[in-house]
Design a protein around this ligand. Structure first.
Ligand code: SAH
Ligand code: SF4
Ligand code: F3S
Length: 473
């Protein structure tokens, strides 16, 4: 959005100019000895970052690049970063620090840092001062002009930092490389307006802005025609989709439109903010056969006092009521959540309210985190008397409870036959194939990898806390 509240859309001419610059870079690189240039892209963080990296790789391919996992082989190295917790940032600084050796071996290699960390002024400053081997730093808002930024560095412009705190824009028509031919990520919106008090995302990803339905529909249609079987719609809060658009469309309406696209595919989406998820969404999910009966509905805490301090916009009771409504509409709904333990000022009693909430809801799976202070967020300024050790004890209690619940829910599948989509290799020699049920449960299978992309009916023979195991019928 720009200052008057309208989303700024990058014009087709501006996108075309970036693609023309890709061709310029291609020409520069073509002349060099030793064959085509190679790029090494490393991605940290959430699916939104994965989707962004796929666009960056699309642009690199336009520049004539091949790809490698080995930074020592690469002419250009891109680290796409995550800022959600301190650990994520530490990991990235470790990786970036190591790249100094790559630069020593190959002084012509271009090293780029992008993504959510790169949007923070403090990070840029640290890179500027202490990581002088990094040539280019740009935040998610500047992703669409990566070719132009890179061209500047390649043509002797020196180090470049593009982290101006723009509210964010939308660019259509950027190239993309999708690694899997089965699963695809489609961002339907960018940014976040919720400002949960612990969270850095609104500061690094800018304001909420939605792609136009026609652009999303044509992308999904194209993917279905190409044979993709599972399409996940991405946004920090998909339920506020469309609020910034002139045309009257909301997320439930978008799902209904996508669902009309003929073909054999499944639509998933994440994330739903509980304050905005409601009967309208649950009804659309029930009525759309292509939409998976799966909901990631992050509760964060089971204590209404903590939820208020987190600025989540719902109480424990309101959340439980949403779960009740969702399950009334979809009795076989697969429900997952995110939890933060140890928010500043949280007491043991409040942490145990979270444990009691998960016992009550019985989620299929949880993503659990210990609170990590993010400089610049309101929660980072709150007193935080509980020690790390105490928080760890609460966290372990939560995990024990969830592991037991997940194992119990999984055990109930044993003996049943379920339909799955085979999506690749599991990495487990005894059960080499990985697959997902309609609700997104992981099933490891026997069979060979040529089955990837196919549906199968599977008899579940075993289970543990994290997965089901089965044989194709
Ligand atoms: N938009 C999504 C969340 C994206 S971040 C939503 O609102 O649900 C993914 C998860 O990281 C969050 O749900 C939260 O559980 C966790 N998280 C975010 N900030 C955190 C912090 N400062 N410390 C610990 N966990 C955090
Ligand atoms: Fe962060 Fe809250 Fe926005 Fe999710 S909804 S990205 S937790 S501010
Ligand atoms: Fe991390 Fe940015 Fe995603 S902070 S979780 S990569 S939106």
């Amino acid at each position: 959005m720009n200052e008057n509240g309208k989303t700024q859309r990058i014009s087709e001419t501006d996108v075309q100019r970036q693609l023309a610059i890709c061709q310029e870079i291609k020409k520069r690189w073509e002349g060099r000895p030793g064959g085509p240039s190679l790029a090494c892209v490393q991605t940290f963080g959430c699916q939104q970052n994965v989707a962004d990296s796929q666009r960056i790789m699309g642009m690199l391919q336009e520049m004539g690049c091949g790809f490698t996992q080995d930074p020592y082989q690469a002419d250009i190295i891109l680290i796409n970063t995550c800022a959600i917790r301190e650990n994520a940032e530490k990991k990235v600084f470790g990786v970036v620090g190591q790249l100094v050796h790559v630069k020593e071996k190959n002084p012509d290699a271009v090293i780029c840092l992008c993504g959510c960390m790169a949007q923070q002024e403090v990070v840029a400053e640290r890179i500027r001062r202490s990581y002088r081997h990094v040539d280019l730093v740009f935040g998610p808002q500047a992703l669409w002009k990566f070719p132009e930024l890179l061209y500047g560095v390649l043509t002797g412009g020196g180090r470049a930092f593009s982290i101006a705190s723009e509210r964010g824009a939308i660019a259509e028509g950027l190239p993309v490389i999708r690694e899997s031919g089965v699963k695809a990520w489609v961002s339907i919106m960018y940014g976040c307006n919720n400002f949960c008090s612990y969270c850095i995302v609104p500061y690094v990803r800018g304001r909420e802005r939605s792609r136009k339905p026609a652009d999303i529909l044509s992308e999904v249609r194209g993917l279905v025609e190409e044979g993709f079987r599972e399409i996940t719609l991405l946004g920090q809060n998909v339920n506020s989709y469309g609020k910034d658009l002139e045309e009257p469309v909301d997320f439930a309406g978008l799902l209904r439109e996508i669902d009309k696209i003929p073909g054999s595919y499944l639509i998933r989406f994440m994330t739903s903010h509980p304050k905005d998820a409601g009967e309208e969404l649950f009804r659309a999910m029930t009525e759309c056969p292509h939409v998976a009966k799966q909901l990631h509905l992050p509760v964060q805490s089971g204590s209404s006092r903590v939820l208020k301090a987190m600025n989540r916009g719902y109480t424990r009771e309101q959340y439980l009521e949403k779960v009740r409504l969702a399950r009334a509409a979809m009795p076989d709904l697969i429900l997952t959540s995110d939890i933060i333990i140890g928010f500043p000022g949280e007491t043991e009693e409040e942490a145990m309210e979270t444990v009691s909430l998960i016992e009550e809801v019985r989620y299929d799976a949880l993503f659990t985190f210990i609170y990590s202070p993010r400089p610049g967020t309101p929660a980072a300024k709150l007193p935080d008397p509980a020690s790390r050790g105490e928080k760890q004890v609460w966290f372990d209690k939560l995990l024990d409870a969830q592991n037991r619940i997940s194992a119990e829910l999984h055990r109930a599948y044993v003996g049943q036959t379920v339909r799955v989509l085979i999506d690749g290799e599991s990495g487990d020699a005894a059960w080499p194939l990985s697959s997902r049920t309609q609700g997104g449960r992981l099933v490891h299978l026997k069979g060979d990898t040529t089955l990837t992309g196919q549906y199968a009916n599977v008899k579940i023979t075993d289970s543990n806390t994290w997965a089901l195991f089965g044989e194709i019928e």
